[in-house]
Design a protein around this ligand. Sequence first.
Ligand code: SAM
Length: 327
Amino acid sequence: MSPKRDITKARLHYRKLLNSSQSLIVQKQQRVQSKMQRYYEDKEIVQEYSRYRPLLSDQVRVAVMDYLKSKTKGCQGKYDMLLDVGCGGGQATQLFASDFKKVVGIDVSQNQIDDANRKNCYDHVKYQVGHAEKLDFENDSVDLIISVEAAHWFNVQEFLAEAFRVLKPGGCIAVIGYLPPTFIPQSYLGDKAKVAAKQLEIGYSFLKEVPKERMQSYLHVASRYQNVLDLMPVYDKCRLPDLELSFKWSKKHVLGFMRSMDMVVHLNEQRYNEVLQKNGEVTYDDVKKIDVAIDYFNIIAKEFSELQNPDATVNALFQVFTVAGSK
Ligand SMILES: C[S@@+](CC[C@H](N)C(=O)[O-])C[C@H]1O[C@@H](n2cnc3c(N)ncnc32)[C@H](O)[C@@H]1O
């Protein structure tokens, strides 16, 4: 089977898993969700996040703004208001800021909001603590809502009900995410799709260690937010074309990115606790052995010998997906 068909098959498989497990684990997932919200209250994680996560490209902004323009033909100049939900350190908020007169980014984590405020370079952009499920804004007041790489932590039904309440008629929502990246060694000249399929397979082998209720948010990402699209309470909704982002990263950056993923943080914690229970103490060598990021990198370095050079760089390829709707 071709690598592309492998990926499609894997997606279908995870979609099925997602549907079948939904009702059984919803309660446990709610507990995980609130733990997740606390996760971003850890200052170190917020720093790792802002250092190693990719910035969206202007292409993503243009695609979303073109969608908004197509739904609001009358607008001249800047739109009134943008709301970014789950804004984190404000990476995407800033990208869209100059198209709007007023911009608000909200996030449940005070630490993320502090980080966003530190980096804010616009007077008309404000950040505040807030919940996706209870938007503190008037009915019919927002032109565009964006949410980037965050909706898998929300109660999506409640978030969408609120989003469509606060949107102006004709206003739009764009819920954006990205799949775990493929790391292609810079000197590699072979078939990229084959590398992507191989790394997906290696990635999935780690997921076996993850408890079911933790998987739910990952599965939403793997399904490219199909749940968000399905639950949008309007007929006027669609997927915008996927976009690819590419970054040249060192091994250090790859490891930093992986350690900023909550799934990796969780697996490392789990492995760490197991060693702790067995040995009573954990040495630096133990920590190196149990780090999922290092394990993963070493496995892919076995497949692609170019990566065994400590100065090797990779192209980190991200597939960005967007589900959008208009009120
Ligand atoms: C993976 S980060 C994405 C941050 C940012 N949008 C970006 O593009 O990098 C997910 C963010 O969603 C926030 N979050 C999780 N659940 C939330 C909720 N129910 N309401 C608002 N924010 C939430 C987290 O605190 C975290 O900052």
